[in-house]
Design a protein around this ligand. Structure first.
Ligand code: KG4
Ligand code: ZN
Length: 332
């Protein structure tokens, strides 16, 4: 089964063609660069950019796959959670395309997409599917969810952030340090030249819970930066490395604890922050079960993950498939 899938929930316009939920035949992603000037995403601007980009990218994905629309079996699109205007562009385009070509339309939960990115592959040899049950950490610009995946599409959220998302904390601290947007990759790059033990920053454990809190860490980073600036020098790489260590320790500690408590067979990561090398390494160091992480370009928003989630949502259907967009949409 071939699904043409569309992702427009935030600032990436993604269109992919995915076979049987796993094999990527095409995956075109256009990242909106207009937001770099504002240092954050302006929702109306994002929606307009999706509208401009979508049609050519659909054409590009079909060309990359060497396919015609007639060879596609279903159309999938993200219907939430995300920016409502941005979601509307992709979901309405997808619904229109499905209607015009007589294909079924599958509305997809973006967070399920981040989870099912772990099922994708691009190579000739087929990697084994992740074994379930699994602990999944979905960490993006908008979410930090620690999830027990008991079976296909059976999710139990064990914890989530009570304030900022992990990616949001990366973005805000990057801005404090005068680094670019999005902040995650910039912090990771800068931290390579820094000493993570330079400044002890709070980890906000929220002991005995699986929830996360990053606002304390953000405020502590702000105070640290201000006091260093007052002294006349800001060692950007050392602050970046110290911040990255604090956030990775907090995430990895809870992933490891949840994996042990639930006796899972796999730990999986998803979402833009999962692209972070030190985070992967820290989780690997603390857990004994196999760790699955999509390659970085499949961690950040893309159409292929939506194609994978669309396939598994048809195969493991539990009720009505959503078609209307919603800005909030829990996993499971
Ligand atoms: O999943 P995603 O592309 O979009 C959302 O659904 O939000 O995640 C974007 C977030 C941004 O906050 C970005 O700074 C962060 O993922 N990110 C990273 C890295 N690459 C992207 N954070 C840390 N390290 C990275 N290498
Ligand atoms: Zn995302």
């Amino acid at each position: 089964m071939r699904i043409l899938a569309i992702e427009t929930s935030c600032d990436e316009t993604g269109v992919a063609i995915v076979e049987d939920g796993r094999r990527i035949r095409a995956n075109v992603v256009a990242s909106q660069t207009v937001h770099q000037a504002t240092g954050g995403i302006v929702p109306e601007v994002a929606a307009r950019e999706h509208l401009r980009a979508l049609d050519p990218i659909v054409g590009q994905a079909l060309r990359d796959a060497g396919m015609e629309l007639g060879e596609v079996d279903a159309i999938g699109a993200t219907v939430g959670p995300g920016l409502i205007g941005a979601l509307l562009v992709g979901a309405n385009y997808g619904r229109g395309l499905a209607l015009a070509s007589g294909l079924p339309f599958v509305g997809v939960n973006h967070l399920e997409g981040h989870v099912y990115a772990n099922w994708l592959y691009e190579t000739e040899d087929i990697p084994p599917e992740p074994e379930l049950p699994a602990i999944v950490l979905v960490v993006s610009g908008a979410h930090s969810d620690l999830v027990l995946m008991e079976g296909h599409r059976r999710f139990r959220v064990l914890g989530r952030t009570i304030d900022d998302a992990a990616g949001e904390a990366f973005d805000k601290v990057a801005r404090l340090l005068g680094l670019g947007f999005p902040g995650g990759p910039e912090i990771e790059r800068s931290a390579r030249d820094g000493d993570p033990t330079s400044y002890p920053l709070p980890k906000a454990w929220l002991a005995d819970r699986y929830d996360f809190s990053f606002s304390g860490l953000k405020t502590a980073s702000l105070r640290l930066v201000r006091s260093l600036e007052a002294k006349g020098a800001l060692p950007v790489a050392d602050v970046a490395a110290s911040f990255q260590k604090a956030i990775c320790d907090a995430l990895a500690e809870k992933v490891a604890r949840a994996a042990a408590e639930h006796g899972v067979r796999t730990v999986m990561l998803g979402g833009g922050v999962a692209a972070n090398g030190p985070l992967r390494a820290e989780i690997q160091r603390r857990t004994s079960v196999p760790l699955r992480v999509p390659p970085p370009r499949l961690c950040t928003d893309n159409g292929a993950m939506i194609g994978a989630a669309a396939f598994f949502s048809l195969r493991h259907r539990t009720g009505e498939i959503p078609t209307l967009v919603r800005s909030t949409m829990p996993l499971g």
